[in-house]
Design a protein around this ligand. Structure first.
Ligand code: ADP
Ligand code: MG
Length: 308
C-alpha cells in the first residue's frame, strides 16, 4: 500500500465545514467574521505518553481529545484538525482501529480532519487543532482577577488513580478516564464571555491553576475539602485522595475563574453543557497558592514553593 492509498483508505473523508479538506497542498478553513483562529498542537509519543501495545482505538480518541481540550480551555469552537503520523509499519487492523477512535472523537465534537502528514518512523501521533473564538471572549490564562471564584469541572484524580492501577482489573469507566478523556468543549464554549480565565487540567490542578495565577500575577486560596473527586477515590485515605486531586494529571477537566457576579451564569453554562462544576476557592491579589482545610500537611504539596 502506498502512502496515498493509506490516507484514502483510513483518513480521507469529504470536507464538510472546511472550504478545502484532505488532498491539496493546504486545507482552507474559514473562521466566521469577528472570530480569531485558535490553534493548538499536542504530540503523543510511544514509550513516553503511551505503551507500544496500547489499544489503538483509545489512542485515536485520546490523540484528538487532548487537543480539543486545549480549544475548550480557551473557549473556542472546533473547526478542524491535522494529523501528523509516524508509523513503524503499515498495520491495517491497527490503522482501522486507530481511525475509528479518532473519528469517534472527531464526530462527537464536530471537528473534521482536514490534512496531515504520513511517514515511516517510530510511532508518533501529532495533532494540530483549529478553532474559532470571539477574541474578547477568549478564556486567556492572564485574565484572572482579584476576588474571582475558582471553579473546576467534573471530578479530579480519576485518571491518576487509573494510571496507578494500570495492570489491575479496574472498572471500564475508570479506565476510560485515563484512555478516553472527554474534552469539555461544550463547557468551554458556554463559558466564553462569562468566565475570565481557564486552563485544562493535564498536569494536575495545583500546577495548572498555577499557570493562570502566574500569567495573571495573582494568587489563590483553595478549600481542599471542596475539591470534587471521583467516587472511585472515596475509599482512599483523605490525604492520598487530596494528593491525587491536586497533583495527578490527565483528567482534562477545566479549571477556570469567574467574577462572583457571574455565579448564576456559570451554573447556567454548566447546565447547558451537561457538565457539573464546583466552586473551590478565590483568586487573591497576593501571589501564592494557599491550601485551606487539607487533611494532612503534605510534603509533596510543600514542593509548590514557586507559588510562594
Ligand atoms: P504534500 O507532499 O503536499 O505535503 P502529502 O503528499 O504529504 O502532501 O499529503 C497529500 C495530502 O494528504 C495532503 O492534503 C495532506 O494534508 C493529506 N494527508 C497526509 N497524511 C495525512 C494524514 N495522516 N491524515 C490526513 N490527511 C493526510
Ligand atoms: Mg504539497
Amino acid at each position: 500500500m502506498t502512502e496515498f492509498e493509506l490516507i484514502d483508505r483510513y483518513f480521507r473523508r469529504p470536507a464538510r465545514r472546511a472550504r478545502l479538506g484532505i488532498g491539496d497542498d493546504c486545507a482552507l478553513l474559514a473562521p466566521r467574521a469577528g472570530h480569531a483562529l485558535a490553534v493548538s498542537t499536542d504530540m503523543l509519543v510511544a514509550g513516553r505518553h503511551f505503551v507500544d501495545d496500547a489499544d489503538p482505538a483509545s489512542l485515536g480518541w485520546k490523540t484528538l481529545a487532548v487537543n480539543l481540550s486545549d480549544l475548550a480551555a480557551i473557549g473556542a469552537r472546533p473547526l478542524g484538525f491535522t494529523l501528523a503520523l509516524a508509523l513503524p509499519r503499515i498495520d491495517e487492523p491497527w490503522l482501522a482501529a486507530f481511525a475509528s477512535g479518532l473519528f469517534a472523537c472527531a464526530d462527537a465534537h464536530d471537528c473534521e480532519l482536514v490534512g496531515g502528514d504520513t511517514t515511516r518512523g517510530p510511532l508518533n501521533l501529532c495533532v494540530t487543532v483549529f478553532g474559532e473564538v470571539v477574541e474578547a471572549e477568549a478564556l486567556r490564562r492572564d485574565r484572572a482577577d482579584d476576588g474571582d471564584d475558582v471553579w473546576v469541572s467534573g471530578a479530579l484524580g480519576r485518571a491518576g488513580l487509573a494510571l496507578r492501577r494500570i495492570g489491575d482489573d479496574i472498572d471500564a469507566s475508570l479506565r476510560d478516564a485515563l484512555d478516553r478523556p472527554v474534552p469539555r468543549v461544550a463547557l468551554g464554549l458556554a463559558l466564553a464571555g462569562v468566565a475570565h480565565a481557564a486552563v485544562d487540567v493535564s498536569d494536575g490542578l495545583a500546577q495548572d491553576l498555577g499557570h493562570i495565577l502566574d500569567a495573571s500575577g495573582r494568587g489563590a486560596t483553595i478549600d481542599v475539602a471542596t475539591l470534587p473527586t471521583g467516587s472511585e477515590l472515596a475509599s482512599l485515605a483523605s490525604d492520598d485522595r487530596e494528593r491525587l486531586a491536586l497533583t495527578a494529571g490527565d483528567d482534562y477537566e477545566l479549571c477556570f475563574t469567574a467574577p462572583v457576579a457571574a455565579r448564576d451564569a456559570v451554573l447556567a453554562a454548566a447546565r447547558s453543557a451537561g457538565t457539573a462544576v464546583t466552586r473551590i476557592g478565590t483568586v487573591t491579589a497576593q501571589p501564592g497558592l494557599v491550601l485551606r482545610n487539607a487533611a494532612a500537611a503534605d510534603p509533596a504539596l510543600a514542593g509548590f514553593d514557586h507559588f510562594a
